[in-house]
Design a protein. Structure first.
Length: 798
């Protein structure tokens, strides 16, 4: 392919070259996933290729992730210095004002065809030839007026975001070299090539038999256990590595969810709770509705329960063998008979009663099942006891299902009325918060008695793990592998780290008690931290996991994902990601109350006790430099390096999923009795390094100021060196006032921070160097003037 000339580069519109939205690209073969072979164009017999965007660091770029783009100059420099790429491209973003019109196959024998020429003339804006030489790219300032982007019949595509456009710089003579505002013209042309549907677009329900009503938990539980359950798990946890883009993964997850529920709100709700959820993407109505509609349209069948019996069972609170659904259906007919008899006794006046009223439903239901409130906070939510599960749920879908067993004719609004009356009648019972009582799949393990107890309504738990407790399990050895040796290997033989890892497993078991620490698993790739994290997920059950990164705790609606979860896991937290507001993160870690919002529901206040575990290749940066955030963090360094060794995929795919392995891990971890984590010395050192890296003022004190060992020094000199330190290390310096306010907090009691004094040249030069010979923007003080200073009262001034 012919390289783009310097002249052609110069013909790019200047306003595009000033934006940091450029990528490299190269042609790559399209591989058939089934055969693994290069796909062939059936029409001409030639191999098929696709244009793949790349970052300047050699990794693949993503048109939805701005951190993978670069400046124009950087991109051109890499393109010209290597022979690896076919060209450069510009990424259209919602943050820029541009739209690109791609006219494909509109040039025949070197001549622009009439229809394309008409569009070029109408737009009268920067236009260039496409890479193939048979098409055109027109850039205008406008926004695409509809959802559709491609008309294959007419060979026209229109994009304004999330798309990279191959740029050639091969400017079409006679067209402007600037990009012009053309919204009105675009709207007219768009209507011509993308005519509106006769009916307004809305999500149409599936024509197939609908699945029986399932709770969100049911959908996940059943889906995760299906033949394609691992795919469902991976997508739900946020892993889209098997897809070309995250948008494709979004669609794949919606397709899976739609098989189990065709309820639009429920699909939305379950997707929002997944690791794939992106607020800026999913909350776009066109994207959300289009994705859900495609999932519903693509259904070939829907989930139907394998037996006539309802997969969701509840039993009467004092009679665990009597089925609640059957009892409520019997009560329904008795109530109707009594209402009809009363109506007839009154002479049949008025309309014959056929429905149990919401307030009467609220009077009947507590006879059969326990309802409570966890607190009396405003907008607090009703909780219902599930005898078989042994936990309380605030899942409105489940509560409404129970209401429908008693009175199936109530609509959603009337069911909400029942919940309103139940809430007013319910007693308050606080959640059970104890490190000695740990709910597992088959009961409540009492750490004091070392016994497994039966569930009962007096234990107010909202979560339990999916692994059963068994007495005296053996440590399984599979193909020479065992979990003890493996944990020792990822701890690099450090017994303190190994002990902490077992304590982390213990802490993750109990979603009803917090040790007020967030665990950060830190280390480069292929060191075992991802597999360790996967072990915890398998032990707890992925439906009991909220996927939330530390930088997402302050996003709207995100805390709602923690409701009813045992642990919060944030996988692959971006290195150095900046946390502007860590207040929600801090509160969740220590079990303090937070404001939670579900979509279209009022805010309510609650406290979560779930474990918080984050994994990353490097720690984030917190705006909060105080001990309020730092004291909540425990860093577990993963120093192992399995690169170069033969990778045993069975560890992650088989061994840590083995039921006997999980039962052994549970037994060992659950018997650990500790109030606080035992922090290894290496973790303490890592935390000090993190504190220093996270706080430029502290970093300056440790790296520069402390090494002076100076008895007394003017404050302006300290601040001057601090500014130079920031400049050398890429930090933004604080103002003089803020610096000294923060710096004083790090000085010990031996320092007088309000000292005054006059300084001689020779009293400073031995400590800070010759300021007159170094270009720092300041020099030695006037020896006759008093200076504000820091004075170390323990050091003798010579």
């Amino acid at each position: 392919m012919q390289a783009i000339s310097i002249k052609e580069y110069q013909s790019f519109p200047v306003e595009l070259t000033t934006r940091t939205q450029w990528v490299l690209w190269k042609l790559e073969p399209i591989i058939d996933k089934k055969t693994g072979e290069h796909k062939v164009n059936k029409e001409n017999g030639q191999f098929k290729y696709t244009k793949v965007p790349y970052q300047i660091n050699g990794l693949k770029a993503d048109s939805t992730i701005s951190s993978t783009w670069a400046s124009y100059d950087e991109t051109v420099k890499v393109y010209k210095s290597t022979n690896k790429y076919n060209g450069i491209g510009y990424v259209l973003s919602e943050d820029d004002p541009y739209t690109a019109i791609d006219l494909d196959d509109h040039i025949k024998d070197g001549e622009i065809q009439q229809e394309a020429q008409s569009i070029v003339n109408a737009m009268d804006s920067y236009t260039e030839y496409s890479q193939s030489g048979t098409g055109l790219h027109i850039f205008i300032k406008a926004k695409k007026p509809g959802k559709r982007s491609k008309n294959s019949t007419k060979g026209i595509e229109i994009y304004d975001s999330e798309r990279f456009i191959v740029m050639t710089g091969n400017h079409v003579d006679g067209t402007p070299t600037e990009i012009h505002e053309r919204q009105d013209i675009l709207s007219y042309i768009y209507d011509s090539y993308f005519p509106a549907s006769k009916k307004p677009q809305e999500i149409k329900p599936s024509k197939l038999d609908l699945s029986a009503e399932l709770s969100d938990e049911d959908v996940l539980n059943i889906g995760f256990k299906a033949k394609n359950g691992q795919k469902f798990k991976d997508l739900y946890s946020g892993n889209w590595s098997n897809y070309g883009s995250q948008s494709e993964a979004d669609q794949a997850l919606c397709n899976l969810i739609a098989f189990y529920t065709q309820d639009l709100e429920q699909i939305d709700r379950i997707f929002t709770g997944s690791g794939l959820y992106r607020d800026d993407k999913w909350e776009r109505q066109d994207y959300k509705e289009g994705t859900i509609q495609y999932a519903l349209d693509g259904l070939k069948s829907t989930y139907q329960q394998p037996t006539p019996n309802d997969s969701f069972h509840l039993y009467i609170k004092d009679s665990p063998t009597i089925d609640l659904k059957k009892e409520l259906r019997d009560r329904y007919f008795r109530e109707l008979a009594e209402m009809e008899a009363e109506w007839e006794a009154n002479g049949g006046k008025g309309r014959k009663p056929t429905t149990i009223s919401p307030i009467r439903c609220a009077e009947i239901l507590p006879e059969y099942i326990s309802f409570i409130l966890f607190d009396y906070e405003e907008n607090t939510r009703l909780a219902m006891y599930q005898p078989i599960e042994g936990t309380y749920t605030r899942n409105v879908t489940l509560i409404k299902r129970v209401i429908s067993w008693l009175e199936p004719k109530l609509n959603n609004s009337k069911a909400e009325d029942v919940i309103y009356h139940l809430t007013n009648k319910a007693d308050m019972k606080e959640k059970t918060e104890s490190r000695y009582l740990i709910p597992v799949k088959n009961g409540v393990f009492n750490l004091k008695t070392k016994k497994l107890e039966q569930f009962n309504p007096n234990y107010v738990f909202t979560t339990k793990i999916t692994t059963s407790y068994v007495d005296y399990p053996i440590n399984p050895v599979i193909d020479g592998w065992d979990v003890h040796s493996w944990i020792n290997s990822i701890a690099c033989g450090d017994l303190e780290i190994e002990k902490l890892l077992w304590q982390v497993i213990n802490d993750s078991l109990n979603g009803n008690y917090t040790r007020k620490k967030a665990i950060f698993l830190v280390g480069d790739g292929n060191n075992g931290k991802g597999t360790f994290q996967e072990l915890i997920i398998n032990l707890i059950g992925i439906q009991n996991i909220a996927t939330l990164k530390v930088n997402e705790f302050d996003e709207r609606f995100r805390l709602s994902a923690l409701e009813g979860k045992t642990a919060v896991i944030g996988d692959d937290v971006p290195v150095n990601v900046y946390i502007d507001d860590s207040s929600n993160f801090n509160s969740v870690v220590t079990g303090d109350r937070v404001q939670v919002e579900f979509k279209n529901k009022p805010l309510y206040s609650t406290a979560f006790r779930c474990s918080v575990i984050q994994s990353t290749n490097g720690m984030p940066k917190f705006k909060n430099k105080t001990n309020g955030t730092i004291r909540r963090i425990v860093i577990v360094p993963f120093k192992a390096d399995f690169n170069g060794s033969v990778e045993n995929f069975k560890i992650k795919d088989e061994y840590i999923r083995n039921e006997k392995v999980l039962q052994y891990v549970l037994h060992k971890a659950i018997h650990l009795d500790f109030e606080r984590f035992d922090i290894p010395e290496v973790s303490k050192r890592e935390l000090e390094v993190f504190k220093q890296d996270n706080d430029p003022v502290l970093d300056f004190k440790v790296s520069v100021f402390d090494k002076w060992e100076i008895p007394k020094v003017p404050k302006y000199i300290v601040y001057g060196f601090y500014k130079k330190f920031c400049m050398d290390n890429g930090y933004k310096p604080l103002s003089d006032r803020l610096f000294h306010k923060q710096f004083k907090a790090y000085l010990g009691k031996e320092w007088n921070t309000s000292a005054q004094g006059k300084f001689r040249y020779d009293s400073l030069i031995n400590y800070v160097g010759d300021l007159d010979k170094v270009n720092l923007g300041f020099g030695f003080p006037d020896q006759k003037k008093n200076q504000s200073a820091y004075e170390n009262t323990r050091l003798t001034v010579v």
